[in-house]
Ligand binder design. Structure first.
Ligand code: DLL
Length: 429
């Protein structure tokens, strides 16, 4: 049932293990130029840590710190000990790089293998990695994990849907790793080619790397005729394999033997009340080459209360609800892009893609939502289209409290990227 006995470790033992590893992380981190500076300045030594609660004594690390130390300031080992680097896909600013020793790569692969096993992937499966390779951790991260589990692994990369289908058929691929926006696109591609998804051997899709709603998951499951499992991670903490759904599909288990998670109020830095939404803060517990301490992910979610029926003791987080920094403020109202997606995706007429544009009208900020309408609903009758447009605008207003301009566009007319979808375009400058 489990890949690693640590997955069901009783909470008390798990916390003891965490405390021991946290102490060790502080010792390792002190070898890096950055942490030796900030930890020494704060008077922190490994002896400062005797329990998990002592994490609160440690300073936060932010993306800006990583940028300032780019490229080598965070390394706890001499450069010759490293065998790989990845870089965050971040859409803005200077990149951040993450480095791995041989041991780090192995540990990461084991965490990935454990994650895949938790959602039903087995050695006998054939896994096609349909996400981009290169600096993006969703390529090699998933790849090594799949191999570690023992799956025949097809490094297809992203795009070229026709070839993806051929590979899936020729090699009897049962598991796909695919980012949600490409999964939807791929499903539509099958439709347009008249390929019945049930005729393909796929049974599981691992989806992650970008925010998506429960509605999107359901669509992916229905359109591709498989089970889709949410996968969370970030380059700064390895990449994928930080938190993963099990077959219960009720939140993602955070692998707490490897990551110490806190959920804080982004303004005050204090823990939120149990079950409340806040910013995820992560500390590496097993990383050797570049451990990060209390890294501010800017990702917002909450702990799922209670125990999971699967028997794993590692706590679960809910799907990511947005970022502490992607909040839009339009006419004084705070809006999360995910609210818009949720509303759009609950309407059967709406296709797979949409784009939120922010623009100025006089001195006012305005919001425009371009919505792809499914082929069968894109009728000639202007009145019908206008009625649909109005209905979408009203539904959106009910959810986000401002009335957006709604522009209906034909299916597949919004340009797609191969990587993560760009859902918000700010035209205000
Ligand atoms: O996206 C790692 C990854 C690859 C995860 C493949 C899952 C699958 P980065 O490119 O560094 O790493 O981007 C990390 O993506 O802070 C979140 O904002 C977002 N993100 C990742 N997974 C999810 C998810 C990879 N399941 C950033 N749901 C993170 C929502 C996600 N957002």
């Amino acid at each position: 049932m489990y890949f690693d006995p640590v997955e069901t470790l009783p909470r008390q033992e798990l916390e003891q293990l965490q405390a021991k590893r946290l102490k060790n992380t502080v010792a390792v981190a002190l070898n890096s130029p950055y942490y030796s500076r900030v930890l020494n300045a704060a008077g922190i030594s490994p002896d400062s840590i005797t329990s998990v609660a002592d994490v609160k004594k440690l300073p936060f690390t932010t993306k800006d710190d990583l940028r300032a130390e780019y490229p080598y300031g965070m390394l706890s080992r001499p450069l010759e000990d490293f065998i790989r680097l990845h870089a965050s896909s971040g859409t803005t600013g200077t990149p951040t790089a993450v480095f791995y020793t041989d041991e780090d790569i192995r540990e990461w692969a084991a965490l990935m293998a454990r994650s895949m096993y938790a959602c039903g992937v087995r050695k006998s499966d054939v896994l096609q990695n349909m996400s981009g390779y290169g600096l993006f951790t969703g390529g090699l991260g998933i790849h090594y994990g799949s191999e570690r589990l023992g799956c025949l692994t097809v490094p297809a990369g992203a795009g070229n849907s026709k070839r993806q289908v051929k590979l899936i058929r020729d090699f009897n691929v049962t598991v796909a790793h695919i980012i949600p926006s490409y999964a939807l696109y791929f499903a539509e591609f099958l439709q347009s080619e008249g390929i019945d998804p049930a005729s393909l051997p796929l049974r599981i899709a691992l989806i992650g790397a970008e925010p998506h709603t429960e509605e999107i998951r359901k669509r992916i499951e229905q359109m591709l005729q498989l089970k889709a499992y949410n996968s969370y991670g970030l380059s700064e903490m390895n990449g994928p394999g930080v938190a993963f759904e099990c077959t219960e599909q009720s939140g993602m288990h955070v692998w707490e033997d490897a990551f110490l998670i806190e959920i804080i109020n982004p303004e005050t830095g204090e823990d939120v009340a149990e079950g409340e939404v806040g910013e995820v803060v992560m500390t590496n517990l097993t990383r050797q080459g570049m451990p990060l301490i209390r890294y501010r992910t800017r990702d917002l979610t909450r702990f799922v209360p209670g125990d999971c029926a699967c028997g794993r003791t590692h706590r679960r987080i809910d799907r990511i609800q947005g970022r502490a920094d992607d909040m839009l403020i339009i006419k004084g109202v705070n809006i999360y892009p995910m609210q818009i997606e949720q509303t759009l995706m609950s309407l059967p007429e709406v296709g797979q893609n949409y784009l939120i544009e922010l623009f100025h009208e006089g001195t006012m900020d305005q919001i425009r939502v371009k919505v792809e309408i499914r082929e069968e609903f894109f009728v000639e009758d202007m009145r019908e289209l206008q009625a649909l447009q109005k209905r979408i605008a009203t539904r959106l207003r009910d959810e986000i409290l401002v009335t957006p301009r709604v522009e209906l566009v034909q299916s597949e007319s919004i340009p797609k990227t191969e990587g993560k979808a760009m859902r918000v375009k700010d035209l205000r400058n």
